[in-house]
Design a protein around this ligand. Sequence first.
Ligand SMILES: *Cc1c(COP(=O)(O)O)cnc(C)c1O
Length: 353
Amino acid sequence: MSWENNVRKVEPYVAGEQPKQKDIIKLNTNECPYPPAPGVAKKAKEMMCESLRLYPDMNAEKLVNALAEYYKVKPAQIFVGVGSDDVLAMAFMTFFNGKEPILFPDITYSFYDVWAELHRIPYKVCPLDEEFKIRKEDYFVPNGGIVIPNPNAPTGVFESVEVMEEIIRANRDVVVIIDEAYVDFGGESVLPLIDKYDNLLVVQTFSKSRAMAGIRIGFAIGNEKLISYLQDVKFSFNSYTMNLPTIEMGTEAVTDDTYFKEITGKIIATRERVKDEMANLGFSFTDSKANFLFATHERVPAQEIFQALKENGIYVRYWNKPRINNRLRITIGTDEQMDKMLAFLKNYLKERN
Ligand SMILES: *Cc1c(COP(=O)(O)O)cnc(C)c1O
């Protein structure tokens, strides 16, 4: 007998590498290559250290109100957290307490099974089809809840709002979470459905499209009752999660829609251009609606390309996992960064012949 018998043993989520060197081209964790909205920097400079003496507003009202105005919902329909990872973990704890397994795709965000294990939630994965598309019928079975990213990660594949609605409608007795971390890069949100379906929770983040992965803001939007249950769990866990600088700077980011559209538009344009150029080098792709490409080469194994890129200071993501072990997930950087990657690939593939 040892204290170790009473330890909750979990296999933690493994995030993409965060290398220390400064001179690398970092295309491995889907960060935005552009800075946050200009108002964020201005706010950071103005903020008085004196204000840090006090606890922050535990309801993060300023940020919640800004989000409510932007997404045209009531403040009581919004829950904010420390990145969408925090929001999703809270949602798993709050809503997934049934006996039936929760459902999510086999190839998806690799945090879902980690949270399920942590909270001892039974789960079942639903295999995507050959083209990495969701098979909606898989979700028309008894279950304890559903979580689906749309667009999916790491595939970038977007499923129509119509199909999402069919899944939500067929599952009125459980909560359906749609993780829209990448929806701002050409997908379409299910947000307009929240008033129609009280079992729908939409989760989004500031980490990708709002260029603020470092500050940690995520949020959920849904029916007021759903949100209040989420608040109850959150306030039973840790009240002051949203710190003052985060609330202030996050608010600035939401209120600058022009800048938001500008950077997401640039990333989409770069994505499509890089895709064309990589296709000429023998790569093929899913139709990504995210800020990354999910690429495979006709001849050279993904793992080899991954290594070669890395040795040359270009970091992309590779998983040695079934079904995706010949794929690279490449975050869309600036045009300049992507041109450097393209130049390297062109040369590398030629030499390797
Ligand atoms: C990046 C990502 C998240 C989490 O992002 P946060 O930085 O915690 O907001 C959640 N879901 C998916 C699918 C993601 O790719």
